[in-house]
Write a protein that binds this ligand. Structure first.
Ligand SMILES: Cc1cc2nc3c(=O)[nH]c(=O)nc-3n(C[C@H](O)[C@H](O)[C@H](O)COP(=O)(O)O)c2cc1C
Length: 377
C-alpha cells in the first residue's frame, strides 16, 4: 500500500500527501516581478503536498538571471502575495526558495554594471543577462569580486529580511538554496573558497555562512518553517570536487540535527547531466540526518515509493514532471498516463508550456468534445 498519498506531518505543517514540487526557475517574470500568470501556474499545481517556489533572489546582487521574480522590493512582494493566496485557496502549502547566486551572475544584471560577488575571484557558471548587442542571452558569468568579511554579514541580513518578507506575504516557510553551485555552495567548496577569514579554510569556517543564515532565519520565522537545499558532490556551474566534500555535508547534517528544521532537501544532479549522487552516500546522509529528508532527481512513482518504503527518504520531490502535469498527484495516485515535459519551454517565453498543460480530467473532457464535433461533421 503506497504511503505517498497519505497526509504527512512536516514539523507541524500538515501536508495532504508526500508528492513535493521542486523549485523551478521558469524565467517569466518581467522586471523580476511575480505576476498573475505565475500565480495561476502555482495554483494549478496546488494539489502537491508542498510546493517549493522557483528560486527567488534575496537582493539584486543575488540575481544572476533575467526575469526571475525577487523577494526584496514592494512590487515583488505584492506579486508573491497573489501567488500564495492562489495556492492557499486550493488548500496547498507553499515555501519560497530564497536564493543568492554568488559568482554566477553577469555585470549586465547587476546594479550599475557591478561585478558579481563570491568567496573569491574565481569565475564559474553561466548567467542569463544582456549580450553586447543588448539582447538577452546565456553568457559566461563575469569575473566575481571577493566579498569583504563585513559584506558577508550583510548577506546574512539580506536572507533574514527575505525570510521575513516571505512570511509577511503568506508563504508557509522558506527553503534556503544551498545547492547547485550558487553562493552557499561556493563557500562550502574548498577549492572555490580560498579565503583566510572566518568564512574560509577549515570545514567549520566554510560552513559558517550557511549556518549563520539558517540560525538567523530560524530565529525570525521559527525553525519548523525553514528548509535547506543541498547538493553534495554537485558539480553544476563548474564546482570542482574536493577531498572532504562528503564529510562537509555530513558535518552540516549534524549541525542541522541540533536545529529542528522543517527539512533538509538533497538534489541529485544526475538528471542535469552531472554525475549522479551515489545511493550509498544518500543512505549515509540519511543515517546522519535525523529530521525530514526530501530528495529530488530523476524520480518516478516506483523509485519514490521504494525510497520512502525502505526509509531512505521521507518525501520525494519531482521537478520536470510537474511542469507538464499540474495534477501530478492525481495522475500518480490513479496511475493515469503522464504528459511529457517540453525542455524548450522550461525557461522564458509566455503561457505556452507554462500554464497551458491541462489536467488529466480537462484533457479527457477536451477529447470527448472533439469526438462529438467529429461525429457531427
Ligand atoms: C526548468 C528547471 C528549473 C530549475 N530551477 C531550479 C531552481 O530555481 N532552484 C533549484 O534549487 N533547482 C532548480 N532546478 C532543479 C529542480 O529543482 C530538480 O531538482 C531537478 O529538476 C531534478 O528533479 P527532476 O528529475 O524530477 O526534474 C530546476 C530544474 C528545471 C528542470
Amino acid at each position: 500500500m503506497s504511503t505517498l498519498f497519505e497526509p504527512y506531518d512536516l514539523a507541524g505543517i500538515q501536508l495532504d500527501n508526500r508528492i513535493i514540487m521542486a523549485p523551478m526557475t521558469r524565467s517569466r517574470a518581467p522586471n523580476d516581478i511575480p505576476n498573475e500568470m505565475g500565480a495561476l501556474y502555482y495554483r494549478q499545481r496546488a494539489s502537491a503536498g508542498l510546493i517549493i517556489s522557483e528560486g527567488t533572489p534575496v537582493s539584486r546582487q543575488g540575481t544572476g538571471y533575467l526575469y526571475n521574480p525577487g523577494i526584496y522590493g514592494p512590487d515583488q512582494l505584492d506579486g508573491w502575495a497573489k501567488a500564495t493566496r492562489a495556492v492557499h485557496e486550493r488548500g496547498g502549502v507553499f515555501f519560497a526558495q530564497i536564493w543568492h547566486v554568488g559568482r554566477v551572475s553577469h555585470t549586465s544584471v547587476q546594479i550599475a554594471g557591478a561585478a558579481p560577488v563570491g568567496p573569491s575571484e574565481q569565475q564559474g557558471g553561466m548567467a542569463f543577462g544582456y549580450n553586447e548587442q543588448g539582447i538577452p542571452d546565456m553568457l559566461p558569468a563575469s569575473t566575481p569580486r571577493r566579498l569583504a568579511t563585513r559584506e558577508v554579514r550583510e548577506i546574512v541580513r539580506d536572507f533574514a529580511q527575505a525570510a521575513v518578507n516571505a512570511r509577511n506575504v503568506g508563504f508557509d516557510g522558506v527553503e534556503i538554496h544551498g545547492a547547485n553551485g550558487y553562493l552557499f555552495e561556493q563557500f562550502l567548496n574548498a577549492v572555490v573558497n580560498d579565503r583566510d577569514d572566518e568564512y574560509g579554510g577549515s570545514r567549520e569556517n566554510r560552513c559558517r555562512l550557511l549556518i549563520e543564515v539558517v540560525d538567523e532565519v530560524c530565529a525570525l520565522i521559527g525553525s519548523h518553517r525553514v528548509g535547506v537545499r543541498l547538493s553534495p558532490h554537485g558539480q553544476l556551474f563548474d564546482m570542482p570536487e574536493y577531498d572532504d566534500n562528503g564529510e562537509t555535508y555530513l558535518y552540516l547534517a549534524r549541525e542541522f540535527n541540533k536545529r529542528n528544521l522543517a527539512y533538509v532537501h538533497l538534489h541529485d544532479q544526475g538528471g542535469q547531466g552531472m554525475p549522479p549522487l551515489p545511493r550509498d552516500y544518500l543512505k549515509q546522509f540519511r543515517d546522519t540526518y535525523h529530521g525530514n529528508l526530501l530528495f529530488a532527481g530523476n524520480l518516478d512513482k516506483t523509485e519514490a515509493e521504494k525510497l520512502v518504503n525502505d526509509g531512505t527518504i521521507d518525501l520525494p520531490v519531482f521537478g520536470r514532471l510537474f511542469t507538464s502535469n499540474p495534477d501530478l498527484v492525481e495522475r500518480m495516485k490513479n496511475d493515469w498516463p503522464l504528459a511529457e515535459y517540453d525542455p524548450n519551454t522550461f525557461y522564458g517565453g509566455d503561457a505556452r508550456g507554462y500554464v497551458d498543460f491541462p489536467s488529466y480530467a480537462e484533457e479527457q473532457e477536451r477529447q470527448a468534445r472533439q469526438r462529438l464535433i467529429d461525429e457531427k461533421s
